[in-house]
Design a protein around this ligand. Structure first.
Ligand SMILES: Nc1ncnc2c1ncn2[C@@H]1O[C@H](COP(=O)(O)OP(=O)(O)O)[C@@H](O)[C@H]1O
Ligand SMILES: [Mg+2]
Length: 573
């Protein structure tokens, strides 16, 4: 049984949406597909709404389209041409390419670019662009008979991208014209033109920028419900049984219980299933897929981050840097911190990433290889310079911390540049002065760390050269001031040194004088002490002498008194 398993392709698309060809693997959405088709048949312009990751793109591609082709809408028949595209940064051009592809889908010829230019011209000529395309390119011999014209369904996937486009171009006019062409096409009674726009519901409020779009959405909208536990069970078990494989009951329950509450639950479930299948398949284990296979990929919460980091550390240090630059280029943080993808062609990516196209392609291929659907296009499509490189789903940005951090860094860097560019423009109009601290230090550090280039900056604002000049000027002025300050400081140092030496000299002299005085006073004190001692000795000697004199005097008196009686006796005789 295990050898059978190993030869079976993985039935789970991972992070990317299901495609039309994968409708046999698409489960759990039968009721919603029927409901949405009903909506579309009564409102030729229908908006499919829902949070990022609720399964909108998959619902349309693998649910609605196959049913249309099989004639589910009986009143319209099964003859459909479907132009499916993402507006990206050129909504009109991308619509023209998709229309040409669907027109030529019957023929074996590949659509040529001259035709695309012609279709683009038709689309842009008036708000009836879509109607005219149907009239001239789809109807037999360009006649006006709608009964001979196949139904045309225009699917604008990721409609919210037009808001970004509106923010980049100088005026909103082109985007407004694009919206008008869609609205007019779906309302024209002569041709069976249907429009499905698929949009993240957090952008719904932005639609009021376009005249009549809110009114039309009010009439026809379909909010994609979150899949219930039972529908998720179908989505797990269905694809596995299609491959004649099996999954243990306990793992199904574990997967259902591990789903997070957020709208990322379907992406995380899908990614975990795809990884678990690969791990089970690679180990060549016989029997059903079990909990141990699931646990080895890190479970639902860690599987994405674990796989992302595994691939990242597989790269050489140079490739890691390239990967970081690629992912930064194709993610975007909106004004209200809405994280979105920002697809770009390989050619444009290579203008920003500091590596050759070949080196960049090598890294992209690693992130989109079989079983690693981090980047699009899928592995079976060859990447050329004009291929659009995209993150497979926004949930990747939210659930792979490394990518989240890159997106934050990019956002931070863009904000510094935008502030600087704004100041540069105001400065050119003499409305503000050059940069001061602390902004200047921040800007210099930003320039050193990110080494911005024009191709990078143009994504955000086009006055890159002026901005860098403004920064240079600010630096030059600060340097000049610093030089002047240094000169003054040097002068101050000389003067201070002189003063210090002089003061030191005088200080020394004063000390010396003080020492002398001290010595003198000590000598004087000693002399005084000596004198006092001598005086005391002299006093003592004088006292001794006085005492001796007194004693001698006393002795003489005594002798005189002793002689006196003898002399008086002799006188009496
Ligand atoms: N019915 C389904 N069963 C299983 N996985 C699904 C189903 N529908 C969508 N997914 C998966 O959910 C994730 C988000 O789907 P997607 O169609 O891209 O959503 P959205 O367009 O709303 O962001 C993808 O990984 C996709 O493979
Ligand atoms: Mg989508």
């Amino acid at each position: 049984m295990s050898s059978q398993h190993r030869s079976m392709p993985n039935p789970f698309p991972g992070l990317r949406p299901f495609e039309l060809e994968e409708s046999h693997l698409f489960f759990g959405r039968d009721a919603q597909v029927a409901h949405l088709l009903q909506k579309l048949s009564s409102n030729r312009f229908t908006a499919v709404l829902g949070a990022s990751g609720t399964g909108k793109s998959s619902l349309i591609r693998a649910g609605v389209l196959p049913r249309l082709y099989s004639g589910f809408l009986s009143k319209t028949g099964a003859d459909w041409r479907v132009a499916i595209f993402r507006p990206g940064s050129s909504p009109f051009r991308n619509l023209a390419v998709a229309l040409n592809q669907c027109r030529d889908s019957d023929s074996s010829q590949s659509p040529n670019t001259d035709d695309a230019a012609e279709t683009l011209a038709i689309l842009k000529r008036s708000s009836l662009g879509l109607v005219n395309f149907a009239r001239y390119s789809l109807a037999d011999n360009g006649n006006n008979n709608s009964s001979t014209t196949p139904n045309l369904l225009v699917v604008v996937d990721q409609f919210e991208e037009i808001f970004r486009f509106a923010a980049i171009v100088e005026s909103d006019d082109e985007v407004a014209d694009f919206v008008k062409v869609l609205l007019e096409g779906a309302r024209n009674p002569a041709f069976p033109i249907y429009v499905l726009i698929n949009m993240r519901s957090d952008f719904l409020g932005d639609c009021d920028r376009f005249f009549e779009l809110p009114e039309t959405i009010n009439q026809g909208q379909y909010l994609v419900p979150r899949m219930t536990r039972d529908q998720c069970r179908e989505a797990i078990e269905g694809p596995i049984s299609m491959q004649a494989a099996g999954i243990s009951r306990s793992l199904v329950n574990r997967l259902l219980n591990d789903r997070p509450e957020s709208s990322d639950q379907l992406s995380l479930l899908q990614h975990a299933l795809s990884r678990t299948w690969d791990r089970w398949d690679a180990n060549g284990e016989s029997g059903e897929i079990g909990i141990h296979d699931y646990e080895r990929i890190g479970g639902m919460s860690d599987a994405l981050a674990q796989q992302g980091d595994e691939i990242f550390f597989e790269l050489t240090p140079e490739q890691q840097l390239i990967a970081e630059q690629i992912f930064k280029r194709i993610t975007e943080t909106g004004s209200d911190n809405r994280l979105t993808r920002r697809p770009d062609t390989l050619r444009q990516i290579s203008e920003v990433v500091q590596a050759s196209e070949v080196e960049i392609r090598r890294v992209i291929d690693i992130f989109r290889r079989e079983g690693t659907s981090f980047l699009m296009p899928p592995p079976f499509v060859e990447v050329t310079s004009d291929s659009v490189i995209d993150i497979s789903h926004e949930s990747l940005i939210r659930n792979w911390p490394r990518l989240r951090q890159w997106a934050d860094e990019e956002n931070q860097s863009a904000r510094v540049y935008l502030r600087l560019a704004e100041n540069a423009q105001l400065y050119s109009r003499r409305e503000v002065s050059l940069l001061h601290e602390p902004e200047l230090t921040m800007a210099i550090r930003w320039r050193e760390e990110t080494r911005p280039r024009k191709a990078w900056a143009d994504r955000y604002r086009s006055n890159f050269e002026d901005t860098m000049l403004f920064l240079e000027k600010s630096v030059a002025v600060i340097k000049k001031k610093a030089r002047r300050r240094n000169r003054l400081t040097a002068l101050a140092v000389v003067v201070l040194s002189f003063l210090t030496i002089t003061a030191a000299f005088f200080g020394w002299d004063a000390r010396r004088q003080r020492a002398l005085a001290e010595t003198q006073s000590k000598v004087a004190a000693a002399a005084h002490k000596e004198a006092m001692e001598q005086r005391a000795i002299a006093d003592a000697a004088r006292k001794e002498a006085m005492m001796q004199m007194q004693l001698a005097d006393d002795a003489r008196q005594e002798a005189l008194q002793r002689r006196s009686p003898a002399s008086s006796q002799s006188q009496r005789r």
